[in-house]
Ligand binder design. Structure first.
Ligand SMILES: *[C@@H]1O[C@H](CO)[C@@H](O)[C@H](O)[C@H]1NC(C)=O
Ligand SMILES: *[C@@H]1O[C@H](CO)[C@@H](O)[C@H](O)[C@H]1NC(C)=O
Ligand SMILES: *[C@@H]1O[C@H](CO)[C@@H](O)[C@H](O)[C@H]1NC(C)=O
Ligand SMILES: *[C@@H]1O[C@H](CO)[C@@H](O)[C@H](O)[C@H]1NC(C)=O
Ligand SMILES: *[C@@H]1O[C@H](CO)[C@@H](O)[C@H](O)[C@H]1NC(C)=O
Length: 336
């Protein structure tokens, strides 16, 4: 290949005459710098025998151990390393290069300091109330704020830091799963809560509670669904058709988030039989059976005497004593 002299001269001229963007500021970080990390700003200049002064937001650099300035004795440049970087290092940086005759301010470089959210992972939460459930995705404290996405039952809600959604318990839920997704500067996190209908692994539908009439039996259902979404409980006595039981009179129903009990005071034999406790939430319902055996006092315990027998004995004893007293009285009367 043959060189064209004119072309070469032209290239040389354009290189030397290129408007030397005289003082230039660059950085080894593009975009955000993580708090606690380090960043270096490089200032290079065309000025000979130059000295440098660093500025942030138009002011001289504040003093501090985290600023490390290095001036290269061989080249006309200066490096500012900030280590560790704090949030308060956010700002617009420039470098001022000068010599005895000339001076020049560099382009400005914006430093943005990022901070991860307070928790390393996003947090899923659900709080059940009587008629609604509050769903939430939390990943706050980040700088910039994390993008948070909440998905439930086919609906997606988006926000920054946290997203909450109050769902009415009146409606059916097709996808009983809360999914939270977070994204901060490309760093992602996800959590999930799968909701279930109320369940109890310990409950035995065939178990029988045996009591004697007059006692106060308490029938209890304890759920162990981890996320049962605020169940409601209702009680029935199968007679054989279910008859609803509510608190009042002999019955006392007490229900919490994961337990319900039915207390029967002074139980009668007519209250013998099978009871049902139905636990329901927006996902579905489960029916638990509780069998109550109420024994009459006569039949309960073969060694014990019935009330009638005891009464008979007492009357017999009293009559006997009375007889002795009467006989004694006559005997005494006869002697004196
Ligand atoms: C920039 O350079 C400094 C020092 O050379 C180094 O400690 C730091 O990790 C670098 N920062 C980035 C964001 O690459
Ligand atoms: C460079 O600057 C220093 C003062 O900052 C001066 O003493 C020295 O003579 C200068 N050298 C040249 C080659 O201009
Ligand atoms: C920035 O914050 C750090 C720690 O919070 C502190 O040590 C430092 O002095 C602060 N720097 C400035 C310029 O305020
Ligand atoms: C920078 O140079 C200008 C002339 O170009 C001069 O007026 C000015 O005082 C100089 N500034 C400093 C800080 O040396
Ligand atoms: C769940 O989604 C179904 C289908 O879109 C809808 O009919 C139902 O009302 C939703 N349930 C809730 C609690 O939003």
């Amino acid at each position: 290949m043959e060189l064209i002299p004119g072309f070469c001269i032209c290239v040389l001229l354009s290189l030397t005459l290129a408007p030397a963007s005289a003082t230039e500021l660059t950085s080894n970080a593009t975009g955000w710098v993580w708090e606690g990390g380090a960043v270096s700003l490089y200032c290079s200049t065309q000025l000979t025998n130059a000295s440098f002064i660093w500025h942030v937001d138009g002011d001289l650099l504040p003093g501090g151990d985290q600023y490390h300035i290095f001036v290269d004795p061989l080249g006309p440049n200066s490096t500012l390393t900030i280590s560790p970087v704090f949030r308060n290092n956010t700002g617009s940086y420039t470098c001022f290069a000068y010599n005895s005759t000339l001076n020049e301010t560099s382009n400005a470089l914006n430093l943005s300091v990022a901070k991860p959210p307070s928790n390393p992972s996003i947090y899923c939460r659900s709080d059940g109330y009587t008629e609604q459930v509050l769903l939430g995705c939390f990943w706050a404290g980040g700088q910039p704020s994390a993008d948070v996405k909440l998905s439930f039952n086919g609906t997606v809600k988006e926000g920054k830091d946290e997203v909450t959604w109050t769902v009415s318990l009146d409606y059916e839920v097709r996808q009983p799963e809360l999914v939270c997704q977070g994204d901060q500067l490309g760093k992602t996190s996800e959590c999930k809560i799968v909701f279930e209908r109320p369940l109890s692994s310990s409950h035995n539908n065939n178990a029988v509670t045996s009591v004697t009439e007059g006692e106060n039996p308490k029938l209890i259902v304890t759920l162990n669904t981890p996320n049962s979404l605020n169940p409601t409980f209702s009680w029935f006595h199968l007679n054989p058709d279910p008859v609803a039981i509510t608190s009042g009179g002999k019955f006392k129903v007490e229900s919490g988030d994961s337990q319900s009990s039915l207390l029967i005071s002074n139980v009668a034999q007519s209250e013998n039989g099978t009871y049902e406790c139905r636990a329901r939430n927006i996902i579905g319902s489960t029916t638990f059976k509780l069998n109550l055996e109420v024994k009459s006092q006569e039949s309960s315990g073969s060694s014990r005497l019935s009330r009638g027998a005891i009464a008979g004995i007492v009357i017999g004893v009293v009559a006997g004593v009375a007889l002795i007293v009467v006989v004694g009285y006559f005997l005494v009367k006869k002697v004196f």
